[in-house]
Design a binder for this molecule. Structure first.
Ligand code: AP5
Ligand code: MG
Length: 222
């Protein structure tokens, strides 16, 4: 199981990529590699990488390709990524996609499947404005859709919940604009390669998980 699942999740901010990654990673026992999470961790611990990335992230802009691509290639070379992985939030530009293809040539066969979470701006904005994240363990909630049992407190570890600084309305608008301009062209890029599958990001967490599990099984990837 999980031997061949090299997966990319593509979709706008708020589509639910991170949420599905957590459950898929557990089910198929493959690492969840989120460039957003890696960058946020670097910001939190004031690493040089974090200091460079913070200004871009706060404005809702993309961190330069060279920086992000280096992080991912490094991460993919680790032992646990050999049997499969979930890339969440990478690639996000055509340049990143080409660099990924190039680097996978050296370490394994290429990406098996790209899942595009088709999601309206309305749903994306509603999801982002209601997102709350645990300060301690990073688990994501949504004040309406996936509320914690106790307001402001993580069910899993008791940590305090906070709003991501880039989930403020003005930053969200910019993130969506940049998604349209920089990341949407990747849909075509992967359609042409014959590995893109479109799903509805508007489904519930459980239903989307079922749809995805069926897609991987039908494609004999698991
Ligand atoms: P990143 O952290 O990747 O943010 P993003 O792509 O904008 O995506 P989000 O994490 O906001 O959304 P998601 O799809 O993961 O949704 P989630 O599951 O949390 O990137 C942050 C920044 O880092 C970027 O702006 C950029 O600066 C930089 N960066 C990262 N990668 C980069 C790259 N490759 N190149 C350059 N720069 C990069 O769900 C959202 C909410 O909805 C949650 O509250 C959740 O509980 C809820 N929810 C989820 N699924 C459902 C559902 N099915 N039904 C109801 N509610 C749901
Ligand atoms: Mg995410």
């Amino acid at each position: 199981m999980g031997d061949r699942l090299k997966l990319v999740l593509l979709g706008p901010p708020g589509a639910g990529k991170g949420t599905q990654s957590v459950v898929l990673s557990r089910k198929y026992n493959i690492p969840h590699i989120s460039t957003g999470d890696i960058l946020r961790e670097a910001v939190k611990s004031s690493q040089a990488l974090g200091i460079k990335a913070k200004a871009f992230m706060d404005r809702g802009e993309l961190v330069p390709d060279e920086i992000v691509t280096g992080i991912v290639i490094d991460r993919l070379s680790k032992k646990d990524a050999k049997k499969g992985f979930i890339l969440d939030g990478f690639p996000r530009t055509l340049k990143q996609a080409r660099s990924l293809d190039e680097s996978l040539k050296n370490i394994s066969s290429g990406i098996d499947i790209v899942i595009y979470f088709e999601t309206s701006s309305k749903v994306a904005i509603e999801r982002l404005s209601g997102r709350r994240v645990c300060k301690k363990c990073g688990f994501n909630y949504h004040i309406k859709n996936i509320p914690p049992k106790k307001d402001g407190i993580c069910d899993k570890c008791g940590g305090e919940l906070f709003q991501r600084p880039d989930d403020k309305e003005e930053t969200v608008v910019n993130r969506l604009k940049i998604y349209e301009a920089e990341t949407k062209p990747l849909i075509d890029y992967y359609v042409k390669k014959g590995i893109l599958k479109k799903v509805s990001g508007g489904l519930s967490v459980d239903n989307l998980f079922k749809v995805l599990s069926n897609i991987f099984a039908d494609a004999k990837l698991v």
